[in-house]
Design a protein around this ligand. Structure first.
Ligand SMILES: [Zn+2]
Length: 152
């Protein structure tokens, strides 16, 4: 059986998607929510399975911090900074990631509301193009993925 690897956007832990499934109290697994086995963060399936470049990942994290940081519940604290930074270094991604981070931070005021909503909704810009251009292909991929998961 082939593997479907995913990357946790909170700590960069990489594993088969099966390991991210979240057990429901009533039995079975959640279809919409997944949980990282390493940092325990819960996220939506589309956040975990989207196609994302390193830049997309930096963008999603930065925008989430800017939009979701509340005085008593900081999105910032959901990120495992130590693990994230360690894994960025080990994979040789650190320079590119922090360059992107800096660019996003400097240009944040230029993001439109629409762009921010797309990013928060788990879509990278690449995915927006994919959605607008070859919508059917995208949904076929999602369906194949769901079928593959439900067979496990
Ligand atoms: Zn994680």
């Amino acid at each position: 059986m082939s593997e479907f690897k995913v990357v946790c956007p909170f700590c960069l832990y990489v594993d088969n998607i099966i390991r991210f499934r979240m057990k429901l109290k009533r039995g079975g697994y959640s279809r919409k929510r997944y949980q990282c086995p390493d940092c325990n963060q819960v996220m939506r399936k589309k956040t975990l399975t989207r196609e994302a470049t390193l830049h997309d990942l930096a963008e999603w994290l930065y925008v989430c911090i800017r939009m979701f940081n509340k005085p008593n519940e900081k999105f910032y604290d959901r990120i495992s900074w130590e693990k994230l930074s360690d894994r960025l270094k080990k994979r040789g991604w650190a320079n590119d990631f922090w360059e992107s981070w800096k660019t996003i931070k400097e240009n944040f005021e230029l993001y439109s509301k629409e762009e921010i909503n797309f990013i928060l909704d788990g879509y990278s810009r690449k995915k927006i193009d994919l959605l607008l251009g070859t919508e059917k292909q995208y949904y076929d991929e999602q369906r194949r993925l769901s079928e593959w998961i439900s067979k496990k």
